[in-house]
Design a protein around this ligand. Structure first.
Ligand SMILES: Cc1cc2nc3c(=O)[nH]c(=O)nc-3n(C[C@H](O)[C@H](O)[C@H](O)COP(=O)(O)O)c2cc1C
Length: 210
């Protein structure tokens, strides 16, 4: 079967995308507006984009021409700073609670009961419950399309990582190796489905010419 997206409803193409591009990690993004109001929202159109310097990319989608940009995008454009917090099973329900379309004056920290803790190098706070938090400075926002369902790519440089030693495989000898069984990160599937990261397998990297 072939599907040409140009003559289909964007809502259906969205369903196709989120069913096919799986599992998606979740950037739980904290921002602050110019008046100091805190905001927190999950984004599963998210990936790492570079390791040197370390960069992450996430994509707030446009709700539609008649509606304002998502608070996260507006805050990132206004302040050029954000924090990406990695989501673990322990607080997945609280993360999900932040995803309703709250007006900007309502802080999703209060709604969810999650705890803001000050960052070191950016103004938006981190989520205390998250085991890996990345303080980011905006590199660029690329507007792919401002049609409904279109999105912007927010590219941020990670200027400081906070890693909970409790999720390291061998904290005494290697501060860079995370144990996925300790982190228990969750991913997003299509619809309202999530996935755990506990069922894994290994394949040795092939070497050329052998
Ligand atoms: C797990 C999860 C992943 C989501 N991923 C995205 C995404 O990648 N892009 C997007 O625009 N919205 C996504 N959403 C919806 C936003 O979180 C939602 O629109 C939120 O209200 C945006 O908040 P804001 O206006 O405070 O930025 C996701 C929701 C959930 C629960």
């Amino acid at each position: 079967m072939q599907i040409d997206p140009r003559d289909k409803r964007y809502q259906d193409i969205y369903r196709l995308m989120v069913g096919a591009v799986v599992p998606r990690p979740i950037a739980f993004v904290s921002t602050i507006d110019p008046n100091g109001r805190l905001n927190l929202a999950p984004f599963s159109y998210f990936t790492a984009g570079s390791s040197n310097p370390p960069c992450v990319v996430f994509s707030p989608q446009h709700r539609g021409p008649e509606k304002a940009a998502k608070d996260t995008l507006r805050n990132v454009c206004d302040t050029r700073e954000f924090v990406v917090n990695i989501v673990s099973e322990e607080f997945v329900n609280q993360m999900n609670a932040t995803a309703a379309e709250f007006p900007p004056q309502i802080s999703e920290f209060e709604i969810s009961g999650l705890t803001p803790v000050p960052s070191e190098r950016v103004r938006p706070p981190r989520v205390k419950e998250s085991h890996v938090q990345m303080e980011c400075q905006l590199v660029n926002v690329i507007t792919v399309s401002d049609k409904p369902g279109g999105g912007s790519l927010v590219i941020g440089e990670v200027i400081l990582f906070h890693v909970d030693e409790a999720v390291l495989a061998d904290p005494e000898h290697d501060i860079f190796k995370i144990d996925p069984d300790k982190l228990r990160a969750v991913g997003r599937m299509g619809g309202i489905s999530y996935t755990r990261t506990l069922d894994r397998f290994e394949i040795a990297r092939p070497k050329w010419p052998s």
